[in-house]
Each structure stands twice: as structure tokens, then as C-alpha cells.
Design a protein around this ligand. Structure first.
Ligand SMILES: Nc1ncnc2c1ncn2[C@@H]1O[C@H](COP(=O)(O)OP(=O)(O)OP(=O)(O)O)[C@@H](O)[C@H]1O
Ligand SMILES: [Mg+2]
Length: 286
């Protein structure tokens, strides 16, 4: 089943076009990434899905509901972390999260708030006013507010911009766990390592969709530069990621004809960091 359906959605702010005839389907339980340059329409799209902006034409359905007409029904089922944290600066981190939790009638709220503060590594600063926090810490409080009521869909607008690498990775481990339990995560980012952690990615530019694909397929669109030295003479070739093309190219340099494919595989930096973090988690638990 689709958690989100967008059909021919357009939005402009006066003369400024932000989204143009956009259609998209997001299956339940996926981590769906949104990337694109500044001003490409990521925030506007998320706002349209949480009922914060009214499209000029087309429509969106979130959990089968209309984000504008069914705003209050939806509010209980979705979490939204805006690009700029919308927190009460004079309240403590704990009181901000309690405020969101109470508005959603979260059962066992005190315990949940303690748990989530601990996850965000904010326990020691829990009772300090948010105005005394750094940018990254405010982002973490904002993420806690979006998650406190166990929403079915979480909209995250650049959730880890300004968050340190350790907590960024912790957040992504949590997103993956949530997705495995059926929660849909709709997340915008400028960070390419995060793109690799999504199930599917939509690339936006000037309010239009350029591509919708898995990050692996997007990677395959890249080229590999092959450089071979023979008797001090350098020969180069540009090939795509198809293993057969690599074999064909190497045959020019004497690769045996029976060999039909050659593959190169290197762990990306994200693979390595994630494996290290997961290994650490395992060590902690055992
Ligand atoms: N409230 C507004 N009034 C007028 N124009 C707006 C408003 N909000 C956004 N826009 C315009 O809509 C377009 C899309 O903006 P949007 O904020 O959705 O982009 P974005 O992809 O989120 O960018 P960023 O990566 O910088 O966050 C831009 O041209 C922007 O100037
Ligand atoms: Mg934005």
C-alpha cells in the first residue's frame, strides 16, 4: 500500500513557481529521499504533504487522507520536523518534547520523554532552556518532538544538517529500525552519504522531478575511469559500471577471451562507517 500519493501537484508563490505537475508514490515502510539544489522545491513539497501549504492544482493523499481537509486526523499519525526547528526557546528540551507529547495524548509520556532524550544524548541538558542550545542540539530536540507520538509517517526536512557525524549515524540507524517496523520516512537532504541510506530517491530541480530510482541504480549511472600503463605509456578509457564493458575494455589489453565479466567492488565510506557503528552497537549489547 502507498503511504503517500501525489498527483499532478503544482504550487507557486505568486509569480515564483515551486512545484510543477509533480506525481509520486511512496510505498509504506520505505525511507524515501528527496534531493536537489537550493530552491528546487523540497521544503514546499513536504509542506504540501503536512497541510502547511495549499497546492494551486493537483492533490496529495497521505495515508489515504487529504492533508488540508483531514489535517487534524492526520496530525496524530504523522511527525514533521521542519527545516528550521520550531521550538519554544524559553522552554527546556524536556518541556518542549512534553508539550508535543501531551498534544498527542501519548501514553506513558514521562518514560517516553526520558527514553528519547537519552537516544538524542540530551539527558544532561534536558532541563536547560532551548535558547542556550547549539544549532545541532536544537535539531535533535526537534527530531525528538517529531518522533514522540510514534507516527506512521515521518516528514524530515534536512534532519541532520548541523548534527555531528555520530548522532547523524545514530539517527539513521533509528530511521532504518522504524522503517523495518512499517513506518514511512520521507526525508530531504543535501548529504550524499544519506542518499545512499534511502530505499528510493527523488531528484528535484526547479520544482520538477528529474529521476526516481534506488540509490544503487543512480550510482550505476556513474562512469568509471580506467587507467592502464603499458611500458610507461598511459591509456585511459571511460566505461559505465556494467561488468561486461569492463571486461571488453580489458580484452584490448590482453584479457583472455573466455573471461566474460570483470567486477570491481569497493566498500563506500558509508558502508564502512555504518558497519563500524553497528559492530559497536552489538559490542555494547553483548
Ligand atoms: N513563502 C515563500 N514565498 C515565496 N516564495 C517561496 C516561499 N517559500 C519558498 N519559495 C520559493 O519556492 C521555491 C522552492 O523553495 P523551497 O524552499 O521549497 O526549496 P528547497 O528545495 O527546500 O531549498 P533548500 O535546499 O534551500 O531548503 C524557491 O524558488 C523559493 O524561493
Ligand atoms: Mg528546504
Amino acid at each position: 500500500m502507498n503511504a503517500i500519493e501525489i498527483v499532478n501537484l503544482s504550487k507557486s508563490y505568486g509569480k515564483i513557481g515551486a512545484l510543477w505537475n509533480m506525481s509520486l508514490e511512496v510505498p509504506e515502510g520505505t525511507i524515501y529521499g528527496l534531493v536537489g539544489p537550493n530552491g528546487s522545491g523540497k521544503t514546499t513539497l513536504i509542506k504540501a504533504l503536512v497541510g502547511a501549504v495549499r497546492p494551486n492544482s493537483g492533490y496529495a493523499k497521505v495515508l489515504g487522507l487529504d492533508p488540508l481537509i483531514d489535517k487534524w486526523k492526520l496530525r496524530k499519525q504523522i511527525g514533521y520536523m521542519p527545516q528550521s526547528p520550531a521550538l519554544y526557546d524559553d522552554l527546556s528540551a524536556r518541556d518542549n518534547i512534553l508539550f508535543f507529547g501531551k498534544a498527542q495524548d501519548v501514553p506513558d509520556l514521562q518514560k517516553k520523554v526520558d527514553e528519547i532524550l537519552s537516544f538524542a544524548e540530551l539527558t544532561s541538558r534536558a532541563n536547560d532552556a532551548v535558547r542556550t542550545f547549539s544549532g545541532g542540539m536544537k535539531k535533535r530536540v526537534s527530531l525528538c518532538c517529531a518522533l514522540i507520538h510514534n507516527p506512521k509517517i515521518i516528514f524530515l526536512d534536512e534532519p541532520t544538517a548541523a548534527v555531528d557525524p555520530h548522532l547523524k549515524m545514530q539517527s539513521w540507524i533509528l530511521f532504518r529500525k522504524l522503517a523495518q517496523s512499517g513506518v514511512t520516512i520521507f526525508v530531504s537532504t543535501h548529504q550524499m552519504d544519506e542518499v545512499m541510506l534511502c530505499d528510493k530517491v527523488t531528484i528535484l530541480r526547479n520544482g520538477e522531478i528529474l529521476a526516481v530510482d534506488t540509490p544503487q541504480n543512480i550510482l550505476k549511472r556513474g562512469k568509471t575511469r580506467l587507467k592502464i600503463s603499458i611500458n610507461n605509456e598511459e591509456r585511459t578509457a571511460l566505461i559505465d559500471s556494467n561488468a561486461k564493458n569492463l571486461a571488453d575494455e580489458l580484452k584490448k589489453f590482453g584479457l583472455e577471451n573466455d573471461i566474460s565479466t570483470v567486477e570491481l567492488h569497493s566498500d563506500s565510506i558509508e558502508d564502512i562507517i555504518l558497519a563500524i557503528v553497528l559492530e559497536k552497537e552489538k559490542e555494547k549489547k553483548s
